[in-house]
Design a protein around this ligand. Structure first.
Ligand SMILES: Nc1ncnc2c1ncn2[C@@H]1O[C@H](COP(=O)(O)OP(=O)(O)OP(=O)(O)O)[C@@H](O)[C@H]1O
Ligand SMILES: [Mg+2]
Length: 211
């Protein structure tokens, strides 16, 4: 079970996010990036967020804490933005909150702070959960107090949108844009500015890899 909080104030929309997550204050005095049930991505994206964040943590990777957030649509009329109002009205009750990391920076490889071993573990994890959403355009990683945090796992485990594809997804080679951390793991080969492409079949889990 995730800890549960009640949202008391909508602070601001996070417009970098396609699902229009909102920064909200809650009754535990915490501030959360709230991902709404009524967003276009739907509930299954929130389920994927929770499952993949738990898997990441089990693999020793850092993710912000998650909570369930009770949202009262009565907060909607106080918001000037119609899109935000609509989202709050469409999301009564339980939503997903991600602990807000104040001052965190969207990760860029030029920042440093991620060694080859960590980059490899993140790529291994993303292959496991089928995450195609950590490119240079959309890193979905934050650097906070010098440490890398993984965020935004809504587009993982995509087979749960069509269960009949689940078995085939194990052997699926991924054809998505290059992973932002790829060049930290695989040095570029001669004549290949993008470096050698690795096989991105979902990996076998080595014994003891995840707790
Ligand atoms: N826990 C957090 N602490 C601080 N900033 C955050 C946090 N979570 C998200 N952000 C910021 O908000 C942005 C949007 O968040 P996120 O990527 O989770 O939303 P999304 O709607 O799923 O986005 P996308 O368009 O990638 O699907 C991030 O790029 C980051 O800058
Ligand atoms: Mg994102």
């Amino acid at each position: 079970m995730l800890p549960h909080v009640v949202a008391i104030r909508y602070v601001t929309p996070l417009r970098e996010g396609g699902s229009l997550p909102g920064l909200m204050e809650a009754d535990d005095l915490g501030t959360y990036v709230v991902k709404f049930r009524g967003a276009g991505q739907g509930r299954k994206a929130l389920i994927a967020e929770v499952v993949s964040a738990r898997l990441a943590r089990a693999c020793g990777l850092a993710v912000p804490d998650l909570v369930t957030v009770e949202v009262d649509p009565a907060l909607a009329p106080g918001e000037p933005d119609q899109e935000v109002q609509d989202l709050l009205r469409a999301s009564p009750g339980l939503n997903l909150g991600v602990d807000y990391l104040p001052g965190a920076l969207d990760f860029d490889t030029a920042m440093g702070g991620v060694d080859q071993a960590l980059a490899g573990r993140v790529m291994w994890f993303d292959a496991l959960v089928g995450n195609a959403d950590r490119s240079w355009r959309n890193p979905n990683m934050l650097l906070w107090h010098g440490k890398l945090y993984l965020i935004d796992h809504g587009a993982t485990l995509t087979f749960h949108h069509r269960w009949e594809t689940a078995a085939a997804s194990v052997a699926r080679p991924d054809a998505e844009a290059q992973h932002l951390l790829e060049l930290l793991v695989l040095p570029a080969g001669p004549g290949d500015p993008g470096g050698p492409r690795r096989s991105r079949r979902a990996p076998e889990i080595p014994a003891g890899q995840c707790g």
